[in-house]
Design a protein around this ligand. Structure first.
Ligand code: FES
Length: 118
């Protein structure tokens, strides 16, 4: 298990996200914390379709219009609370979700040592 502390997530407004870096299996990876209403969620910034960054570096992950996390590459949509893809080319697949604990204003993210997909 890896743990990453992401500062100041308590101040995120609904729909905003904060990215964080981590390393797994010698590979530089990126995740993000998303606020949606009162809830905070943490995911790997990796689309299950082509295994590329969801946001293409732009830092935008969520559309209030659809109430979905979206992939900027081919438009896959993911349910914010679970990461389940319910529309797009990887429908039925899901984002790798991380455990998140709020400690003060920060989030402590727990990441498994191996990726959540084969
Ligand atoms: S890479 Fe995300 S939908 Fe294709």
């Amino acid at each position: 298990m890896l743990q990453v502390r992401v500062p100041d997530v308590a101040k995120l407004r609904s729909g905003q996200a904060r990215k964080f870096a981590f390393e797994r299996d010698g590979e530089a990876c990126e995740g993000f914390v998303l606020r949606r209403g009162p809830d905070l969620f943490a995911y790997n910034n990796r689309c299950p379709h082509w295994r590329v960054d969801l946001d293409m570096g732009e830092g935008r992950f969520y559309s209030a219009l659809t109430d979905r996390i979206f992939c900027s590459s081919h438009g896959a949509l993911f349910v914010p609370s679970t990461g389940y893809c319910d529309a797009g080319p990887c429908v039925g697949d899901q984002l790798e979700r991380f455990e998140l604990e709020l400690v003060g204003d920060d989030a402590v993210i727990t990441i498994s040592a191996t990726a959540g997909w084969s």
